[in-house]
Design a protein. Sequence first.
Length: 355
Amino acid sequence: VSGTRNFTPWTYWRLRLDETDVEDPCPLEDLGAVAEWRERAHARLEALLAPWPRAVPPDLEIGEAETLEPGVTSRRVVFDVEAHMSVPARLLVPAERSEPGPAVLAIHGHGLDKDALCGDDGGDPLRREAIESNNGAYALALARAGYVVLAADLRTFGERADRMLPPVDPHDENAEIARHHLDCDYNLVCASLLGEHPLTQNLWDLRRCLEVLSDHPLVDATRIGVAGWSYGGALALFLAAIDERVRAAVVSCYFSSLRASHALPWNICGSQMLPGLLRQLEHVDLAALVAPRALLVESAQSDYMFPADVARREFARLVPLYEHLGAPDALVHDVFDGPHRWNGAAVDPFLARTL
Ligand SMILES: [Zn+2]
């Protein structure tokens, strides 16, 4: 009798995923072949993401300006993205902004929302702790630095949360994670019934956010960046890969590899997946689709979800590509001491140069 039989899916999937390779990876060791690869890879990414939702007129509503803090105003923004779905967001404008200039679309991490991005804890000390421990108020930090910033709730978070589980003990971090994952799981189940993907739907919403920013009188549509941490970093990387309107991307605590980031049971949820993705495009391949546009990767030394050593190895492979494309300064890696959280130390100089 074999002593190596396995009966459980988790072990089964570890073994299956470990023996699966990207079938047509970016030829980073043969840079002359990259141009043709990019066309193939871009078509593959479009095919993986399909079908996209059907567009509707946004019917944009912009609320009254409130002072978020001295020097930064916040407005509530709501718009339609498809039949039966609208997006709530916050638009931050630095008080000194008087003519069109650079803007950033800020994307929140898993379990957080647009208000956390703006440093708004709603008077809840637990939320304050969550925002501070993740250094998560980076929409506010970007507005302080002079950027017009749009921060939207992703599907199943903030005002868009279904809350399929009854309220859990807010001090029980694992219960909170389970609650968010159930919302994502149910969203994935329903999307799968129609052959659609939550990742595509969130990217669709974020692309509409780019249009809201582009149309704003104080935004130069050629100077728009994206910035996201963790789950928001995943969406920032995909968005920059698929949409050339993104001039600069800050991808914090995500870039490493699909394989490495799947080594924890609850790390990645169905909202971040596309069927067959691992055979088609790794993180480094998505980054190669962003090149030569500006890309700042943040990696935490103590990030056990998106390991820094994997990030370093994969990032190093991108350096010759950016040099080959004549944009060596557009690629920056900030590896910082600490756990899985937004860092921000390299963001201001990076965006000042590239936006
Ligand atoms: Zn999720």
